[in-house]
Design a protein around this ligand. Structure first.
Ligand SMILES: Nc1nc2c(ncn2[C@@H]2O[C@H](COP(=O)(O)OP(=O)(O)OP(=O)(O)O)[C@@H](O)[C@H]2O)c(=O)[nH]1
Ligand SMILES: [Mg+2]
Length: 404
């Protein structure tokens, strides 16, 4: 591994030398294990905050990152942009492209693009180490752009102080987009390309879908970018910096490693009036609504609740189920048993595989094939007769392989 003039690994990086920073990133990127370890051992200064911009390909994440970087730099902050590009031949020239497109004061902003390795679903394992280099190098705001589909999206949010899901006007309706799970858990949703018709309607449909803020921007003409920057700064100011004090190696593995094979996702409660029940849980435990979905497949309105400030609590969500039709299974449940505990849902890595394995063991399934539940996720129910008297729901993990 290259050491610099000070003899310390990356001493020049900490001294703010941009060329040393670029070299150090390259060392990490080419897979120099010693360089990666040295980068991960760097202290993370509290002033450095990561803003992730993720979302479907081509929605304008790069252009928006450029605008946002310019705006942050103008506000006097030292800014770095790290674009993680899918390593397809078509996007091979992304670094040059990003530089050419940037129109702000390029000295104030450090740009870097990295290839996303195959198999990492959007997030290279080197990303945490590179973030640490950028932070040590003096960046106060690091904009991390990932072209996300699936696992990378959610992994990247775990590395960020603020997670922004970007979509674009005309890109299907909000419910379609929400299928990725990303738009539920991001702190902000940005509907970009507001210079095209239909932006207001699309933003409105996202606002109906989620509790968090939704912004309408045009990276092309700059509309809404100042508002977005200001809101991001308010939000960053309000929340404590992400705890990055754990073993840095763990920081790295958190990004790349898949989640547990199975985990509690939510507990479902049948209710007559979702909004009233949500108010009850708010006053009882301070739980907040994180998303609300009309699921016609099951004839229910589903409201998800989590502790304040949590995006996807490890301990699981609460789901309130209000029937929307007379023949909804929840209507029948309420008629027979009244309000109360309805089901328990576990998230599994591969729902098709799990169902097949359960069927092979003679477990009584309500659904032999997964159906589309809240947010468009694949779900299937297991009969209480085979699950100790509990109606058991299985849900395809958000960051699992995209199904059909
Ligand atoms: N009309 C319009 N076009 C935009 C806007 N923002 C970006 N674009 C265009 O959309 C295309 C994609 O923009 P990028 O910024 O490269 O999108 P991206 O999301 O970074 O794309 P990937 O990195 O490939 O996933 C480019 O042709 C941009 O010029 C916008 O606000 N309005
Ligand atoms: Mg891009």
């Amino acid at each position: 591994m290259a050491t610099d003039r000070s003899g310390e690994p990356f001493g020049d990086v900490a001294a703010g030398d941009a060329r040393a920073l670029a070299r150090a990133i390259t060392a990490v990127e080419v897979g120099d294990d010693a360089a990666r370890a040295a980068a991960l051992a760097l202290d993370w200064p509290d002033r450095a905050r990561v803003i992730a911009l993720t979302g479907p390909p081509g929605v304008g994440k790069s252009e928006l990152a450029n605008r946002l970087a310019g705006s942050l730099a103008e506000a006097g902050l030292r800014v770095a942009v790290l674009a993680v590009d899918p390593s397809s031949p078509e996007t091979g020239g992304a670094l040059l492209g990003d530089r050419v497109r940037f129109t702000g004061d390029s000295d104030a902003v450090f740009f870097r693009s990295m290839a996303a390795r195959d198999g990492e679903a959007g997030l290279a394992p080197e990303v945490p180490a590179v973030l640490r280099l950028l932070a040590a190098g003096g960046a106060e705001r690091i904009l991390l752009e990932t072209a996300g589909v699936g696992q990378g999206d959610l992994a990247v949010l775990r590395l960020a102080d603020l997670g922004i899901a970007v979509t674009a006007v005309g890109l299907g309706d909000a419910v379609q987009a929400a299928k990725a799970g990303l738009f539920e858990v991001a702190d902000f949703v940005v509907v970009n390309q507001a210079d095209r018709p239909g932006g207001e309607a699309m933003a409105a449909s996202f606002r109906a879908l989620r509790a968090g803020p939704v912004f309408l921007t045009s990276a092309r003409d700059g509309t809404g970018v100042e508002d977005l920057r200001a809101a991001a700064e308010v939000e960053l100011e309000a929340r404590p910096p992400l705890d990055r004090s754990g073993t840095p190696e763990a920081d790295g593995s958190r990004a790349g490693a898949p989640g547990p094979a199975i985990r509690l996702h939510h507990v479902g409660i049948a209710v007559k009036d979702g909004s009233r029940a949500a108010e009850l849980w708010r006053t009882l435990l301070g739980l907040r609504e994180t998303g609300r979905y009309r699921v016609d497949e099951f004839g229910v309105l589903a409201l998800f609740l989590a502790p304040e400030g949590e995006r996807a609590p490890v301990g699981g969500l609460l789901e309130l189920l209000e029937p929307t039709t007379a023949d909804s299974p929840v209507t029948r449940f309420l008629d027979r048993r009244g309000e109360g505990l309805h089901h328990v849902c576990f998230e599994v890595e591969d729902i098709h595989e799990t169902l097949a394995a359960l069927a092979a063991r003679g477990v009584r399934l309500v659904d032999r094939e997964p159906r589309r539940g809240a947010g468009g996720h694949l779900v299937a129910f297991i009969h209480p007769a085979s699950a100790g008297g509990v109606l058991l729901e299985l849900k395809q993990a958000d960051d699992g392989p995209p199904s059909d």
